[in-house]
Design a protein around this ligand. Structure first.
Ligand SMILES: Cc1ncc(COP(=O)(O)O)c(C=O)c1O
Length: 404
């Protein structure tokens, strides 16, 4: 493998070339042309802050939201910016009108912060939490659909479903799930932290009450850029976590106004969305869709290659795969459970001894481990081969035998 095996597109990213970076999924990585755009916006802002916030910002904000609304197919007026998907999920859970005894339906693949937010509102409002276990392997989508539909109870009021789970990285059939939940009058909140820039997102077709997603992961904007979609009928009851100066303003578009100003912030990350879309689209002859297809193929091919090499049953099918693939990778002999980030000893060995940045975290509970790879434009198949060879060396080497 050439030095760390990156594709020609690595030139657009400032990633550390000494590391084989196979974890775009955790925090994304913002390319240089998009960072350049942010820098120029910041310079503009700081050259005359009052002009920027009071005279120029509104138009730029509009352009950014319009570009995003077009990409994810929803009305511009139903979309607001938030700083991250965690904020999006918290916003809905903390504004939603629950009654004592209502039930929130979630799955065991829920992201930990979202689980904590569910626990928080459940305790405060005396709600039930119904956690559906979706374990591996999954043979097809219908298995997930039927597990969720058979968990519905007469108390179920709101379901919080991942579009793409963090671990193991499954693409959920959210349209089918939403249709079923709606047939029982259950409202749907979708956590799409990974969706934009990983799969084609069409909010109108899914038709949830609430949808939140990040732009700073797979759309490669600077950090702190995410969105929240709220169906029109619900907009009066949803308020930002930070009460806005416009809260008492009795205008027609109160929802938009409230979210548009939550105190002085560096809002330049939102304003880079059009540039990020344009940049990613330029990397493939078939535009953004072409790039997503290429990244998807790479992730699934590499995931399958790892499973074949270590005789692991395929954990889920290709049509439930985006641009990440999570593989149950044996049990940890020496649990090294870091409370803050849940990484296993194997993750650190790969990083410190082989220069590979890849997630090896715990699935459900330690010692069950999941190795999750990710594929972005800068990755190549050679890098996953290097991962496989490194894993083989680790498994053979006496030095690691009590750990792995
Ligand atoms: C499914 C899911 N939800 C929510 C989040 C939180 O994203 P953020 O930290 O940008 O709020 C993540 C982060 O990886 C995630 O994977």
């Amino acid at each position: 493998m050439k030095r760390n095996g990156y594709s020609k597109y690595i030139k657009y990213w400032g990633l550390d070339k000494d590391i084989v970076f196979l974890n775009h999924g955790s925090f994304g990585a913002c390319p240089k042309p998009v960072l350049k755009k942010q820098f120029s916006l910041r310079r503009k802002l700081e050259s005359e802050p009052v002009r920027f916030f009071l005279r120029e910002y509104e138009e730029l904000y509009y352009q950014s939201k319009k570009a995003l609304a077009d990409l994810i197919n929803c009305d511009y007026d139903d979309l607001v910016f938030v700083n991250n998907a965690t904020t999006g999920v918290n916003t809905i859970l903390k504004s939603y009108n629950f009654k004592e005894g209502d039930e929130i339906l979630i799955t065991n693949q829920i992201y930990p912060s979202c689980r904590n937010a569910v626990n928080f509102v459940a305790k405060k409002n005396s709600l039930f939490v119904n956690e559906v276990k979706i374990n591996l392997p999954i043979n097809d989508k219908s298995q997930v659909i039927s597990l969720i539909s058979s968990a519905i109870t007469p108390r179920t009021k709101l379901a919080l479903i991942d579009h793409i789970s963090s671990i193991p990285g499954i693409v959920f059939p959210v349209k089918e799930i939403t249709d079923i939940l709606h047939s029982y009058n259950i409202d749907v909140l979708i956590d799409g932290a990974h969706t934009v820039g990983m799969v084609d997102l069409d909010i109108k077709s899914i038709n949830p009450e609430f949808y939140t997603g990040n732009c700073h992961k797979w759309l490669c904007t600077p950090k702190g850029s995410a969105f929240l979609y709220v169906k029109k009928e619900y907009q009066d009851s949803i308020h930002p976590l930070v009460t806005s100066r416009y809260t008492n303003n009795d205008t027609v578009n109160k929802f938009q106004l409230e979210f548009s100003w939550q105190g002085t912030l560096d809002i330049t990350s939102f304003l880079c969305i059009p540039k990020a879309i344009k940049f990613l689209s330029s990397l493939h002859k078939d535009g953004l869709k072409g790039l997503l297809g290429r990244n998807h193929k790479l992730a699934y091919t590499a995931g399958k290659m790892i499973c074949d090499e270590f005789n692991i049953e395929l954990p889920y099918p290709e049509d439930m795969t985006g641009t990440m693939y999570g593989i149950p990778f044996f049990e940890d002999k020496q649990i090294n459970y870091y409370i803050t980030n849940n990484r296993s000893k194997l993750q650190d060995i790969l990083y410190y001894d082989f220069n590979i940045e890849v997630i090896v975290t715990y699935w459900e509970k330690p010692p069950n481990r999941i190795l999750r790879i990710a594929s972005q434009a800068y990755n190549t198949i050679e890098q996953y081969k290097y991962l496989i060879n490194s894993l083989k060396k680790i498994l053979k080497d006496k030095k690691y035998e009590n750990i792995i």
